[in-house]
Design a protein around this ligand. Sequence first.
Ligand SMILES: *Cc1c(COP(=O)(O)O)cnc(C)c1O
Length: 431
Amino acid sequence: MGEELTQIYGRMGLSPAVIAIGKKTEEKLRDRFREIDERAEYNQMKVLKAMQDCRVNAGHFAPSSGYGYNDDGRDTLEQVYARTFHCEDALVRAQLTCGTHALHVALSAILRPGDELLSPVGKPYDTLEEVIGIRESAGSLKEFGISYRQVDLLPDGSFDYDGIRAAIGPNTRMATIQRYKGYASRPTLSVARIGELIRFMKEIKPDLICMVDNCYGEFVETIEPTDVGADMIVGSLIKNLGGGLAPIGGYIAGRKELIDRCAYRLTSPGLGKEVGASLGINQTFYQGFFLAPVVVAGALKAAIFAACIFEELGFPVLPDGTVSRHDIIQAVELQSPERLIAFCEGIQAAAPVDSYVRPEPWAMPGYDSDVIMAAGAFVQGSSIELSADGPLRPPYTVFFQGGLTWYHGKFGILTALQKMSEKGLVTLPET
Ligand SMILES: *Cc1c(COP(=O)(O)O)cnc(C)c1O
């Protein structure tokens, strides 16, 4: 590392031992980082090509208000998404308030009373439990007479093909496939594995509608689930595809007939995609989508960097530092509440916003133990920005994600290590 860089890291509070670990780890990861850069380069071209093919121009950034009829910027952006993901149409809207909302719109747009929804990959993300009605909630799909069936993965992480075959019946209208593992201990699914699963299910029932919850997976690989047979992909714009710039929003991309139904559900039957003013947000959506491949690459590098450092120090990490990645989240078992707190303090102290705040564990609704969260983000709750969280219960696992730039992600991890080391919670190798 250059002398100047070492000096500024010193002024930012990193000790020589921590700086040395960072340097050594980065050198070790050079080849993997090159692979990540290459994938980002490919995805960047994919987005650029779509924008060029759609003849994006400055007029598309103009705001619309009221009903938002003839908002060419909004409509063209949706075509940019569709072309990038090789599907027929997309809904990309600020009126989709978050990922959960986009998933709810997609599910309730397709499912009708008497239909059954199948999750062939185990329990879905926590917030979907109330959407589906796994946990009782007003307005759940269950209240509308839509049943739910779940087939867990086998203990070795593979699909339970026999169980899935048995679960698909005459009323099974739709399957929801979550790409990211969430808080479950299964691995995140690669796009290729999602493709195998969809092929298997469609052989049994060709008209089964397969939706993929794509959160945290976008642009991690060079293909997306729509390239392997998914009828719809759904996600949040304050994760990967907003590129850190989108201040709100969600997307649904897939077959035109289904996207039309989603639009009818989001706005109103008969109105569909025609309404929904963009209120001047278009430029941010375009720009964020344009930057997303690079932002995702930075977050991936930070995740792998963290895995390598903490693995080397003897902590169990998931995924480990060597496997190929399918999402941007890194989990580290820190094995004591003090370490978990110190890690989060470090992430917070490294933030561009609220760096002077000290995060504290609190009893968050819906969790059975206290939770600590660190985030100093430009956009509230944005998890493509550098952030970390974890429940205060054994094995005191921290979930770490994001970083709008690789440099910031790296500094956050090194600051977390610094905090742990200052409190005597970790022993660093001699320099
Ligand atoms: C984040 C996430 C959601 C929910 O998105 P929100 O924007 O937080 O509502 C759903 N599914 C998965 C897999 C997620 O990671």
